[in-house]
Design a protein around this ligand. Sequence first.
Ligand code: NDP
Length: 450
Amino acid sequence: MNKYIEKVLNDVKTNNYGENEYLQAVEEVLLTIEPVVKKHPEYEKIALLERMIEPERIITFRVPYINDNGKAIVHRGYRVQFSSLIGPYKGGLRFHPSVNQSIMKFLGFEQIFKNALTGLPIGGGKGGSDFDPKDKSEGEIMRFCQSFMTELQRHIGKDIDVPAGDIGVGEREIGYLFGQYKRIKDVYEGGVITGKGLSYGGSLVRKEATGFGLIYFMREMLKYNGNQSLKGKTVTISGAGNVAIYACQKAKEYGANVVAMSDSNGCVYDPEGIDLALIKQIKEQKRGRIYEYLEMHHKAEYIESINEDSPIWEIKTDIALPCATQNELTLNSAKKLVENGLIAVGEGANMPCTKEATEYFLSNNILLAPAKAANAGGVATSAIEMSQNSMRYYMNFEEVDNMLNNIMVNIFNSCKTAADEYNLGNNYIAGANIASFTKLAKAMEAQGIV
Ligand code: NDP
């Protein structure tokens, strides 16, 4: 291994002890960019890698609110402002009990590279809280969001840091967060947050963008590798949230047969094809559980999750789309999928495959669309939302969708070109990391030691 990379990897492990998700994300990037670092020995003198992996700033704060029983509850809020190299910090907010500093840092780190791949002027950041919105009343959600923004507003702005949604933060939460920002700042600053509702400055296609973008990337990857297409392919999709639902919609539009979706309790398997209208009703309108699907489709099967190997990956499929959360697809699951004839994996979630599962897929020549590239459609459309807010002009659905499609084609081409340049075959993980790192390294060199 290159000595400089080896030293940085050792230091990052010592300095971030126990932050396993963050270390996993950094290690993946550093190991895949080795051929670029070898070509640029000057990086060591200017501590380019050390500066790339150290967040510019981490803000943690107290978020108190009063629940419906009149009891005060305290949560911890985070905003990791990782890099403003190529634009204002940009990245979502996650409300989930698992949120901690390691998860925030890994997501912020990934975001820098993802945002660079979009070709748009956005830096990288991430935030959130260990608050669990599940089973909370509307009043509790609103009070929590208002309390969260009461502190966050000091640190964000349309040219400073622009949050959006992520797990547990959808259009409802974005509305409450934006309302509180406006109230405190006394300014209508539309571009301070993205994923807004269409009635007050949101963009058409933002809701669909991550899922649609994932399928656009998959379409390009399949086309380039053996002129394949989604038509007639069997697809399984983990999760039943924003990313999963719109990936399902676009995959169906392209003629794929989506046979399974899931939530954190289990998965539904419907060999006749998932009834997406029903999933939307259960998840988007009722905020219910996925097993309720069986009330309408008696022939479908519900399989409960009993351990870390999600049952959805036991189902025979051509294409697997993990769209729930990090490290949700383990080595055991990867082996099962390959044994069952898998062709391709598309990462809708951030870092959904464990390190071992990723290595197994690559060594078995499975096409893998890496998260940084394949799920970048969401943040790209957020940047398009920011542009529309600045222009005070709104584009129609087709215009935004065409822009998203072009961006995803360009992202695939960047990954392919970088992989080709370094003779890495169809390793698009390395391609994505090299393409984005090269761009960021140039910006870092140009801006001096800051
Ligand atoms: P949502 O909150 O809309 O949906 C998340 C889904 O994943 C739910 O079905 C949820 O099930 C499931 N899930 C969450 N945590 C776990 C867990 N620990 N184990 C199993 N299932 C789980 O989130 P999104 O769809 O927005 O985000 C999904 C993934 O996509 C995340 O990794 C996110 O970072 C990534 N992403 C999202 C973007 C966006 O635009 N929204 C953009 C780019 C990436 P349950 O209800 O049971 O918790």
